[in-house]
Design a protein around this ligand. Structure first.
Ligand SMILES: Cc1cc2nc3c(=O)[nH]c(=O)nc-3n(C[C@H](O)[C@H](O)[C@H](O)COP(=O)(O)OP(=O)(O)OC[C@H]3O[C@@H](n4cnc5c(N)ncnc54)[C@H](O)[C@@H]3O)c2cc1C
Length: 485
């Protein structure tokens, strides 16, 4: 007997949404529709071309501890997935420190007095650790000592998050620097070449990358979806309302910027009904889009979830061999940028003319209500040019062109009370039996692509298991859904 397929509606065509789409289609039990507000797919992991140079939103390198994810990526990219040896450094006090840290390089970079202070502060913290660890500052100081914390963590972390390290939750450090200790770092720095087996993840030194940018992975996945009989993907459609009743999501309505421009706001809404809904949009916006809205307490909790925006100033430099790094962390206080990505070092195909040009991506972290967010593009390009010259990597006149990209919700912020607010939001949304939350902003987790994908896979597994259970216990219910659209 032919069983009619259930309908799944996925919000967002970033890594998590696209992964969920493919996994649902693989099951052959679902017809899948994705709605994406951007004009292109890939989310934070997209690649954008400007004057024949290609830029990620901050270079996206592919790393994972999951064999399943690696096999998935290889299946999508085939031969066009290249293993690279990571080379990254920290720029601090006009010196380039290798990252992961290398003892001799640290000793030559810091003067002997600073070295002694760093060692003394490390010994001090080992003897008298901070007992009640609540903040990022406490957590890292306990691992590395206060001195190394302030040299190698404080400035960069505060640039990224825009809040003092003593107000960032210790959860973030525990998640990102898990399993890392200074003694391990020093051990591996000296003896790593002979003891590669148990090397901690944070200092793994190889990654993968497609020849024409991280985004090509997601473009290929999207193509698999759109060429599948049961797959549909709409871009330029922003979810504006999520309608619910009796503990179930009933439909979402999207707003099309393009349709609004042509037909006016009222005609630009499209309604999608489905059996299951998968969301990767930010939790704050999920709550604020609900119709009817939840209680004031839930709304306030959602509004308290903070996000850090990112401006990338993408420059074309009339020079080759700018630096050997894939990216550089800029700890230097005198410049505002936080990271420089050198796209040429990911692949020569990132630039059409790599014998002459280098594509550099400068990252500026900001809140979207700060004046910096509204700085005109030409001023940002000029700032990038001047700051780049200040590092000594290129001369200002070598920067021949540039473009600016703004990403509003680039980082879910782990501020001091975020967990309280998150719990309220997740508990409320947990009542909807046909809504799955996944991905980075979809769960308010600072995740890499692989973890965002794993969250999508487990959301799909959960729904497939629920479907199996329904079919097993109530076979008469198998094909009764009715759709108005
Ligand atoms: C600067 C930077 C560098 C990074 N570097 C790496 C790296 O090197 N390696 C790595 O593995 N990871 C990296 N990441 C993390 C990686 O980008 C994320 O883990 C991944 O993109 C998360 O996928 P996602 O699908 O959950 O979210 P997203 O990529 O954010 O995708 C969500 C999608 O939903 C869409 N959307 C949002 N709201 C709506 C709405 N209302 N209606 C319709 N669509 C909507 C968005 O437009 C977006 O396309 C980096 C992130 C940043 C910011």
């Amino acid at each position: 007997m032919k069983i009619s397929k259930k309908k799944a509606l996925i919000i967002g065509a970033g890594p998590a949404g696209l992964t969920a789409g493919i996994e649902l289609l693989k099951s052959e039990k679902f017809a899948v529709t994705l709605v994406e507000k951007d004009a292109v797919v890939g989310g934070l992991a997209k690649t954008t071309e400007y004057k024949r140079c290609r830029y990620d939103i901050g270079p996206h390198h592919f790393i994972t501890e999951s064999d399943k994810i690696l096999a998935w990526w290889r299946d999508v990219m085939g031969q066009d997935f290249h293993q690279l040896k990571r080379f990254t450094r920290i720029f601090y006090n006009n010196h380039f420190f290798h990252y992961p840290l290398e003892p001799w390089n640290v000793i030559t970079g810091l003067n002997p007095f600073q070295c002694i202070r760093a060692i003394a502060s490390y010994i001090r913290i080992r003897l008298f650790p901070i007992k009640k660890v609540t903040s990022f500052q406490d957590w890292v100081s306990n691992k590395f000592g206060r001195r190394l914390f302030s040299i190698f963590f404080k400035t960069y972390t505060e640039k990224v998050w825009g809040i003092p390290c003593d107000t960032i939750s210790a959860d973030w450090a525990a998640q990102r620097i898990k399993g890392f200790s200074l003694s391990h770092a020093i051990f591996y720095a000296f003896f790593g070449r002979w003891f590669t087996k148990n090397k901690p993840r944070t200092i793994n030194d190889v990654f993968y990358y497609p020849s024409r940018g991280a985004g090509t992975m997601w473009e290929r996945v999207a193509q698999r979806i759109t060429t599948h009989d049961d797959g549909t993907l709409f871009v330029g459609q922003e979810v504006a309302s999520i309608q619910h009743a009796d503990g179930r999501i009933v439909a979402v309505s999207t707003r099309s910027k393009q349709a609004a421009e042509i037909y006016g706001a009222a005609q630009s809404l499209t309604r999608y009904e489905a059996d299951y809904f998968f969301s990767t949009m930010s939790l704050r916006n999920v709550i604020l889009s609900l119709d009817p809205l939840p209680s004031a307490m839930v709304i306030n909790a959602a509004k308290s979830l903070a996000y850090r925006g990112l401006i990338t100033v993408n420059l074309i430099v009339n020079k080759t061999n700018v630096c050997p790094d894939h990216w550089l962390y800029i700890h230097e206080k005198s410049v505002r940028m936080g990271r420089i990505g050198n796209m040429n070092n990911f692949s020569p195909f990132m630039v059409d003319n790599p014998q002459q040009h280098t594509a550099l991506s400068l990252e500026y972290f900001t809140f979207v209500d700060e004046p910096f967010w509204f700085t005109p593009d030409d001023q940002l390009i000029e700032l990038g040019r001047q700051e780049l010259a200040q590092t000594g990597l290129v001369k200002a006149r070598d920067v021949i062109d540039g473009m600016v990209m703004r990403t509003a919700d680039a980082y879910p912020v782990y501020n001091a009370n975020y967990k309280e607010h998150l719990d309220i939001v997740l508990t409320y949304l947990g009542q909807f039996t046909n809504l799955e939350l996944m991905g980075r902003n979809g769960l308010h987790r600072y995740n890499n692509m692989d973890v965002a994908m794993l969250s999508a896979m487990s959301a799909v597994d959960k729904v497939l298991a629920a479907q199996e259970a329904v079919m097993y216990h109530a076979p008469e219910a198998k094909s009764e859904s009715v759709f108005l659209t």
